[in-house]
Design a protein around this ligand. Structure first.
Ligand SMILES: [Fe+2]
Ligand SMILES: [Fe+2]
Length: 237
């Protein structure tokens, strides 16, 4: 584990996907700010690097399943397929069922807990942005990347180089990350008030799951798919 200090959090998350559980626990940003070195990323999250390293060591030793390191060597087509099937489907499903739940909890408890009203606004804006974002990836960026891989020669696109849509996706990921952080602030890290009803508890529990999945989703795009797509395009020009 000594080698952790020589790596960025993005590299650690790609080599050992299981470590993303530890990063989530300590609120270490491994997706949008994955370029930070291990110690810097820990400090930014207010976490002790030694403690985080110990937790990573224990998690890796426990060998809890769900390891997706194989994605590092996967084709771009496999990677985009995995992202759509696993993360885009989950995001759309959760948005469809969390939206009415969010509205219900905010209308029932918003008077006593006004932060729920702002939470609903931030969440709804995030959902609107995400729905557009997923479409842009599925209809523009991913098909281009897949075509590039198939043809292994320059491919015409309306956006010029792949850097342009990627720049836009990165900026939208940053915006989504900001919304997730705001939602955490508003809910005091999803702490439930005394006597919270089952709907309130279910909402907070599922919003945390939504956040966890989105972090992992953004990580795979920012740190694996996009660099691979840029490299492939450069090779074909
Ligand atoms: Fe995506
Ligand atoms: Fe994305």
């Amino acid at each position: 584990m000594q080698s952790l200090s020589d790596k960025t959090v993005r590299e650690i998350a790609l080599e050992m996907p299981i470590t993303t559980r530890v990063f989530e626990k300590f609120k270490i940003d491994y997706c949008c700010r994955g370029h930070n070195g291990f110690a810097d990323a820990c400090r930014l999250a207010g976490a002790d690097p030694a403690l985080v390293a110990e937790s990573i060591e224990q998690t890796v030793a426990a060998g809890m399943g769900d390891d997706t390191a194989w994605l590092n060597g996967a084709s771009l087509r496999t990677l985009t397929g995995y992202i759509v099937d696993k993360h885009h489907v989950f995001t759309r499903d959760e948005i469809a069922s969390l939206t009415p739940l969010m509205a219900k909890v905010a209308s029932r408890h918003g008077e006593r807990h006004p932060e729920l009203i702002e939470l609903a606004t931030v969440f709804n804006e995030l959902c609107d942005e995400l729905m557009q974002h997923l479409l842009k990836e599925e209809q523009i960026l991913f098909p281009y990347v897949e075509k590039l891989e198939r043809s292994e020669s320059p491919v015409f696109s309306c956006f010029g180089t792949v850097h342009n849509p990627i720049r836009m996706m990165l900026s939208e990921h940053d915006s989504a990350g900001g919304s997730l952080r705001r939602m955490r602030e508003l809910t005091n890290d999803y702490a439930l008030p005394e006597g919270a009803c089952p709907s309130y508890a279910a909402l907070f529990h599922r919003l945390e799951g939504f956040e966890r999945d989105l972090h992992r989703h953004i990580h795979l795009e920012n740190n694996l798919l996009f660099p691979k797509a840029i490299e492939l395009e450069e090779r074909t020009i």
